[in-house]
Design a protein around this ligand. Structure first.
Ligand SMILES: [Mg+2]
Length: 277
């Protein structure tokens, strides 16, 4: 129905996600079952923003205690190899990865090759989102898998990344690709080509996070995603109970539909405009 609209994936996703929830409720089944999910618990990873080394190490220590299963360090030019090396020395066995958020260029090839010595799970999106060729050149010389995030804006881009060997791992963000329907297509594609997936996260409310949780229960999502607890960004989430991480895991609800419920009184309190359909 949306195919005549070019782009506007976030807007498409908001409707697509709502319709999947409604559809699952009509069937009286949990969303994860309707999507084809096979697990009732998903592992959660956490991202650590750029700051001074001391506070980054302290954050990591705190998140290790919470039990997060994967630690992502944001890097950028001038804040990369040395910082990661220190973190690696401090935590020799930590499941560690680096996310460059597209901040490097082809001139940084040798610096990025240096990261190969740090035993990282992956390097996420070193180059710009359209640079499929550059990523494939880098992946050719790196042992560490490249994971593409910003580049994966559609099913077609996921296909392109796989065909060009631009990466070995893909991030799926339902909001960015236009909802759960295209996310399922990417999942199918990745299974066929044996490319592991994980669900990415943006600064999201509990509503989209709950959809991410359901999606992450599918068998192709073998790497802990960026789905952290509601308390990571909110003092109070817009869903009741919120999303909770226990020992690094999030339970995938078994109630029908999304399995998380909107905190209506709270919405009334904070909304500046409300429309009912
Ligand atoms: Mg990223």
């Amino acid at each position: 129905m949306f195919s005549f609209v070019q782009g506007h994936n976030m807007a498409k996703a908001s409707l697509d996600l709502a319709l999947w929830d409604l559809y699952a409720k009509k069937l009286g089944k949990p969303l994860r079952k309707v999507l084809g999910g096979t697990t009732s618990k998903i592992s959660s990873g956490v991202a650590i923003g750029i700051s001074d080394e001391e506070s980054m190490i302290q954050s990591i220590e705190a998140y290790v205690k919470v039990g997060y299963k994967r630690f992502k360090i944001k890097i950028k030019p001038g804040h990369d190899y040395e910082v990661l090396k220190k973190i690696r020395q401090q935590f020799p066995n930590l499941p560690l990865m680096a996310d460059a958020n597209a901040s490097y260029t082809f001139n940084d090839m040798s610096l990025l090759e240096q990261l190969d010595s740090l035993n990282l799970m992956m390097i996420e999106q070193p180059f710009g989102k359209d640079e499929f060729f550059q990523h494939s050149e880098l992946q050719r010389v790196l042992k560490t898998p490249i994971c593409l995030d910003e580049s994966i804006t559609s099913v077609e881009k996921a296909y392109q990344a796989i065909q060009f060997k631009s990466c070995k791992i893909l991030v799926v963000k339902p909001g960015r690709v236009g909802g759960l329907s295209p996310s399922l297509q990417i999942h199918e594609l990745a299974l066929k080509h044996h490319v592991p997936l994980w669900v990415g996260g943006m600064i999201e409310s509990g509503v989209s996070r709950a959809h991410n949780v359901a999606l992450a229960s599918l068998p192709g999502f073998t790497i802990p995603g960026d789905i952290s607890g509601s308390d990571r960004y909110w003092s109070r989430d817009v869903v009741k109970k919120g999303i909770k991480v226990y020992d690094g895991d999030i339970e995938v609800p078994s109630e029908s539909g999304l399995g998380f419920f909107i905190d209506e009184p709270f919405i009334d309190q904070i909304a500046t405009k409300k429309e009912e359909f």
